[in-house]
Design a protein around this ligand. Structure first.
Ligand code: ASP
Length: 365
């Protein structure tokens, strides 16, 4: 009995001490684990900017050969106004604290809705007289990506690419499957005739006439694909591209625009790129990722990286252009064509250009 009392008294005084010891040990271990996890995450992703990043958006509306005699004055003005609208729409989102992903998406929607561009409403025709649209979007913050390919009824394919990021575990969806998904997400579907424009139909007829005797894909003189890259206040970059592809494409051909790493790429660790041009070459050259890899691993200046990749594609026989943007705000336009519809907007102002030799104040920085 005495023994029992003594041991009870001893246990009564030792237990609180032991409990306190184990609680302290547990708390110390937990905090050490949390510190290790934060350190590991920081090693994977670039450090957050100490102050707000320089808000920047770049857009393109395709590249190609100059028309003999240049663009008619009213067309020239219409293109410049459309590029300005895309820049202003995206920049407004950045300026009100929105994300680069939202800014890129919104800028692209304005161009998809404009029949001037080979994306959305103004998509080119396939050899069979259909409009098959491709699009992709990538978030540099975490390298989330979404893409749709060969869709015929989605009014704004860039919104479908965004839904793939937000609402699915996949990266790329194609054709009827992508359309079924878009419908389930409540996106606007249109009859295929929505994409029919007389200008694109005439383009198809010209391409058809040229191609009749040949087996090779006729070289396109103008690519009207649209794209954007942006940098938000938190230092995150994003990229997106949308297109109808190439006139007279056949057999369910898909170009580079919906292919992550070819027509579109974004990573906060390097850069964001949107491309336009002869897609087969951009896919074979993994163009967008190659530019960012040069920036990331070779410490290349963004203009040099973009120029090197465009030169490499040219050597392979492909033409086109890219816009590229790094998280520090440095950016570049590079193209091997006579024209590229392009623009940039920062806090310093905005500018849009078409011809290769137009004066560029801040196009390359
Ligand atoms: N790159 C697109 C494709 O090959 C065409 C374009 O840029 O206009 O599908």
């Amino acid at each position: 009995m005495l023994c029992y009392d003594v041991s009870n008294r001893i246990m009564g005084s030792v237990m609180p001490i032991l409990r306190g010891f184990f609680l302290t040990l547990f708390a110390t271990l937990l905090s050490a684990c949390q510190t290790m996890a934060v350190n590991a995450r920081q090693a994977d992703s670039p450090a957050a900017p100490a102050r707000a990043a320089p808000l920047t958006i770049l857009v393109h509306g395709g590249a190609g050969s100059a028309r003999p005699g240049g663009l008619p004055e009213e067309d020239d003005a219409a293109y410049r106004a459309a590029l300005t609208l895309a820049l202003d729409t995206g920049y407004q989102i950045l300026a009100s604290g929105g994300s680069s992903l939202d800014a890129v998406q919104a800028a692209i929607v304005t161009m998809e809705d404009n029949a001037l561009f080979n994306a959305g409403k103004g998509a080119v025709f396939t050899a069979e007289g259909r409009n098959e649209l491709d699009s992709s979007l990538m978030d540099g913050r975490n390298r989330d990506a979404g893409a749709v390919a060969g869709v015929t009824t989605i009014k704004n394919p860039i919104l479908a690419a965004r839904a793939v990021i937000d609402k699915s575990p996949h990266v790329m969806m194609a054709r009827e499957g992508a359309e079924e998904f878009a419908k389930a997400q409540g996106l606007t579907l249109v009859p295929p005739s929505y994409f029919h424009t007389d200008a694109r139909w005439k383009q198809l007829e010209r391409a058809r006439a040229k191609a009749e005797a040949k087996t090779a894909l006729p070289a396109t003189s103008h690519f009207g694909t649209v794209g954007a890259v942006a940098l938000d206040k938190d230092g995150h970059i994003a990229a997106g591209t949308s297109t109808g592809g190439m006139t007279y494409k056949r057999f369910g051909r898909i170009g580079d625009s919906p292919v992550i790493g070819a027509g579109t790429y974004a990573s906060d660790a390097s850069c964001a790129v949107s491309a336009t041009g002869w897609g087969e070459f951009f896919i074979r050259g993994t163009a967008a990722r190659d530019i960012c890899a040069r920036v990331q691993w070779n410490d290349a200046n963004i203009q040099d990286a973009a120029d090197a990749v465009i030169a490499d594609l040219e050597e392979m026989g492909g033409t086109g252009g890219v816009l590229a943007l790094a998280p520090d705000g440095s950016h570049a336009f590079s193209f091997s064509t006579q024209v590229m519809f392009r623009g940039v907007k920062t806090a310093a102002g905005s500018e849009v250009h078409i011809l290769a030799d137009e004066t560029e104040q801040q196009m390359s920085k």
